[in-house]
Design a protein around this ligand. Structure first.
Ligand code: SF4
Ligand code: SF4
Length: 206
């Protein structure tokens, strides 16, 4: 069986023993990331994502009632006894030899796949905030590959905002003023929305 070639960035990621970025970074997944992981692991989203109140209005923030409070998704963290350092991502595994591994592999959210590359005014650059293990440079990444990945991430974020969050927020706004939806209801809505989008993609609707 032939395996896909591994990029230099992927090699660095796989070889990194401590994976410090998986401790300190708050991973904000899109709905499609959540759906992909939930369906592949056959686990409901609330077992691996949390929600937090957004201090400022965001297009990817969802409502749960008429209070105006907005929330965003984040990958859950493990409970850690280490008080002085950030807790690890819920999917971070530690092998007997002390190496850290992402339990999601290719299923990890696009933001994890792209890290530390990002687009600044359409220019691909590296922003390794959270990485304590090495000095990154543009020579470590394939610019064309990263651009394609970052554009895909952007598209998936736009899809989440317009096809899922906006629809959900309209539903909350149309509900009676005293109704409060819970997080599980939002998670169900996200899963069903992407099931439908995915069925449309399979049929070739777009
Ligand atoms: S999903 Fe994987 S790569 Fe992303 S923060 Fe968690 S352990 Fe790290
Ligand atoms: S970004 Fe830094 S800490 Fe994270 S896996 Fe790569 S080398 Fe390790």
């Amino acid at each position: 069986m032939q395996t896909a070639p591994v990029s230099r960035k992927e090699e660095i990621w796989l070889a990194c023993k401590p994976k410090a970025c998986c401790y300190v970074t708050a991973v904000i997944p899109t709905g499609r990331d959540v759906w992909r992981i939930a369906r592949a692991l056959q686990s409901p989203p609330w077992t691996f994502v949390r929600y937090f109140e957004s201090p400022t209005p965001r297009r990817d923030a969802f409502l749960l009632d008429h209070s105006g409070r907005q929330f965003r998704l984040a990958l859950a963290k493990q409970t850690s006894r280490r008080k002085k350092s950030a807790p690890p991502c819920i999917f971070l595994l530690k092998t007997n030899s002390g190496y850290h591994r992402c339990g999601l592999g290719d299923l990890r959210p696009r933001s994890c796949q792209a890290f530390p590359a990002e687009l600044a005014r359409e220019v691909v650059c590296v922003n390794p905030a959270g990485c304590t293990c090495r000095e990154w440079s543009l020579a470590d990444i394939d610019i064309a590959e990263e651009r394609a990945l970052l554009e895909l991430r952007h598209q998936e974020n736009e899809e989440y905002v317009s096809a899922v969050v906006a629809q959900w927020n309209a539903r909350v706004a149309a509900a009676p003023a005293d109704v409060h939806f819970d997080f599980a209801a939002y998670c169900d809505f996200v899963l069903r929305a992407y099931d439908q989008i995915s069925a449309g993609e399979t049929r070739g609707d777009r």
